[in-house]
Design a protein around this ligand. Structure first.
Ligand code: DX5
Ligand code: ZN
Length: 223
């Protein structure tokens, strides 16, 4: 049996919220690995998005794992509520968290998967001491806060550095990239070492169906 080693995580930030359940179901039928929900508080990033209510609603329509990417100033105050709403997996940022190990441990204590995200200006080296405790690492390929931004090519060498660190310290840890992923940039990120692609506007857009968009991304990374 062969399985596609690169996973697709559609980001619902770009979805049509009037038809969110249908769009998520379409992504599920098209073979999405998980649903990525971007949580923004207008403080950690200059944008507002969604809270646990959206997760609670989606929990009733899809069997896919729900992943919360917390771009908020105080993740510790909200992980319980998101977990109760049905989040399976959390991504928390290194930036601005003076007690990252505590945050990671409290998420693990809830029985959930945990990953740490780093912004474009943050070195992969900051992951070294925490990597052993993680299920995933997320290298941001845009500055967080908005969908529809252009992929920052300067992050590619960092993806490769993160890949080497994972292979050395925690083989099996996922290496996720997020931001500006489309049919042109996905192969670059995969060649650099990513094995999970978060994509918003390349999957949810007016130009094509979710199924067609995901197939286009998949063929772009097929060797
Ligand atoms: C940005 C978010 C991304 C965003 C990606 O802060 O973390 O998940 O939805 O959107 P695209 O794929 O449009 O760049
Ligand atoms: Zn995200």
């Amino acid at each position: 049996m062969t399985t596609d080693p690169v996973k697709l995580a559609p980001s619902i930030l770009a979805a049509d919220f009037a038809h969110l359940g249908d769009q998520v179901l379409e992504a599920e039928r098209a073979g999405a690995d998980r649903i990525h929900a971007d949580v923004m508080d207008g403080h950690f990033v200059p944008n507002l998005s969604m809270g646990p209510m959206i997760i609670r609603s989606l929990r009733t329509v899809t069997r896919l794992p729900l992943e919360a990417h917390l771009m908020i100033s105080n993740p510790d105050a909200f992980v319980d509520e998101f977990a109760r709403a049905g989040v399976d997996s959390f991504l928390v940022h290194w930036e601005g968290n003076n007690n990252l190990s505590r945050t990671v441990r409290s998420i693990k204590a809830l029985g959930k998967r945990v990953g740490v995200a780093i912004n474009p200006a943050t070195s992969a080296a900051v992951l070294e001491e925490i990597l052993q405790d993680l299920d995933q690492v997320l290298v941001m390929t845009v500055n967080p806060g908005f969908g529809h931004q252009s992929f920052l090519h300067g992050t590619l060498p960092k993806i490769t550095r993160a890949r080497r660190m994972i292979d050395r310290i925690k083989p099996g840890c996922g290496l996720v990239v997020d931001g500006g992923i489309d049919a042109e940039t996905a192969p670059l990120a995969v060649a650099a070492g990513a094995d999970v692609l978060v994509a918003g506007s390349a999957i949810f857009n007016d130009g094509e169906s979710v199924i067609a968009a995901m197939e286009r991304l998949r063929s772009a990374i097929r060797l």
